[in-house]
Design a protein around this ligand. Structure first.
Ligand code: 4AD
Ligand code: MG
Length: 441
């Protein structure tokens, strides 16, 4: 390898091209596509921040022309040229190329496998490491990054401290049927975390208002467009907090994330052709419907749901169709919720729980509620749920030593980003999706 030649011109990113109209600058990236028209070439370059069309003339810049002519797609290049405003070009600018340095020429015998035509999704998922180079996929990943950043900024602005939860855990949190078992050191058994909740309950008793934000795992046998086996969750937990506090926090968090994406990732939303007007409406307050009333809404719509049933994708879609904003369904029957849920004093058959259902059929993006604070009730529940008491002794300590009312929730990052992006499946919003039959690449 030779040393990088330092071009004499300023190196810019394509997203900043508009700031350099009339100047000669350098872009470092890849050849995305190219059209030839006699003595002119129209290459399209991408650099991860956007795409820009170039114009190269044989007459004016023969060397650059010959370097680009026939150059295979995805060859890496460093190109220098003058930026001009061009209303007809994608992005509104083009580059009149005067110099081209090919960094790596893709072999003619082994062309880049992803063509610009439509490919089947399995073909693309097998090549996910390359698929992410396409402008649509890159835009989605930038939106995801903005969602993560704005979520953290919002949580911190509300006085919450990030406390990371472990990934190896000694027991289940969200039901034993979706646990991934791990062969831990010297034949000890461990499990991949399904939720950081139990640990943020501990850090909440130590720090007050906390959250964790990281990967969680579910051995989900469901092959739906809403399920991954590895997904990211943001989980706040607050001491001395109740159900309504968490509903408000969730509403504020989701609005803050959506509005940050609208403001800071406008270009990416345009790239993926998302209807921004739908996102602009996502401001508090969100509608609230009790589980009791939700059953009535479903029955009125002709759905066979009856009191005590859990909601699946169909029910969530019917309920969310009524509103343009996410809807909060609260106080589900205690029998269908996790062991740690507190119950309503007036109606012990109800849990102090809530789900937030996204609009446009994206389903549950948040699940949470108030936790059982009483030691004896919690022990009783662990037994009812057949959970190993030894593994929960540390958790029971939180009820032995200064137990307080506390509440929290989990926001599924991929479901939230899939809704914001309007993607058909949540597998597109995580760089390397892990699903029922997919752990490659
Ligand atoms: O409703 P869930 O199971 O709640 C919990 O895990 C609680 N312990 C959270 C808490 O209170 N701290 O999961 C929370 C959210 C869901 O609303 C959904 O958005 C997402 O996590 N989620 C999934 N996302 C993708 N694939 C899956 N298999 C998911 N399972 C849950
Ligand atoms: Mg849930």
């Amino acid at each position: 390898m030779t040393q990088d030649k330092q071009p004499a011109t300023t190196i810019i990113t394509i997203e900043d091209a508009g700031k350099h109209v009339g100047s000669t600058v350098t872009i470092r990236g890849w050849l995305y596509n190219q059209r030839e028209s006699g003595k002119l070439l129209f290459p399209i370059f991408r650099d991860g921040t956007g795409v820009i069309q170039g114009v190269v003339s044989l007459k004016e810049h023969a060397e650059a022309f010959n370097a680009l002519k026939g150059l295979p797609q995805e060859s890496s290049v460093i190109v220098t040229g003058t930026i001009r405003a061009e209303a007809r070009a994608t992005g509104g600018f083009e580059m009149h190329v005067s110099n081209v340095e090919v960094v790596q020429r893709v072999s003619d015998s082994e062309p880049y496998p992803i063509q610009l035509k439509e490919h089947g999704v399995d073909f693309l998922l097998d090549r996910r490491h390359l698929w992410i180079r396409t402008p649509r996929q890159a835009a989605i990943l930038r939106i995801r990054a903005e969602a993560e950043l704005s979520a953290r900024i919002y949580m911190d602005s509300q006085g919450y401290t990030l406390t990371d939860a472990p990934i190896f855990t000694p027991a289940a949190c969200e039901g034993t049927s979706t646990l991934f078992e791990v062969n831990y050191i010297d034949d000890q058994k461990a499990y991949l975390t399904q939720s950081g909740q139990l640990y943020v309950e501990a850090t909440a008793a130590a720090l007050g208002k906390v959250y964790t934000f990281g990967p969680t795992f579910r051995a989900e046998k469901s092959k739906t467009r809403r399920h991954l086996t590895e997904f990211w969750m943001l989980e706040p937990e607050a001491s001395f907090a109740h159900l309504e506090d968490m509903v408000q926090l969730g509403e504020g968090l989701v609005s803050a994330v959506v509005q940050s994406v609208v403001k800071n990732r406008t270009r990416e939303l345009e790239t993926i052709q998302r209807d921004i007007s739908k996102l602009e409406k996502i401001v508090p307050p969100f509608p609230r419907v009790s589980y009791d009333d939700a059953i009535k809404v479903l029955q009125k719509a002709g759905n066979p749901a009856k009191w005590g049933d859990d909601f699946g994708g169909d029910e969530e879609t019917i309920l969310s169709k009524e509103f343009e904003k996410p809807v909060i369904i609260h106080r589900y029957p205690a029998a269908m919720k996790a062991f740690y849920m507190a119950t309503d004093e007036q109606r012990p058959d109800l849990s102090l729980s809530f789900d937030m259902i996204a609009p446009e059929g994206y389903g549950e993006i948040i699940g949470g509620g108030e936790r059982l604070a009483n030691y004896d009730t919690l022990v009783k529940r662990l037994r009812e749920h057949n959970l190993p008491e030894e593994a929960f002794q540390w958790y029971l300590d939180l009820r032995r030593y200064g137990s307080v009312p506390h509440a929290g929730f989990g926001l599924g990052l991929e479901r939230t980003v899939a809704w914001i992006c309007g993607t058909e499946h949540i597998r597109e919003v995580i760089p390397f999706p892990r699903m029922l039959y997919r752990v490659y690449p």
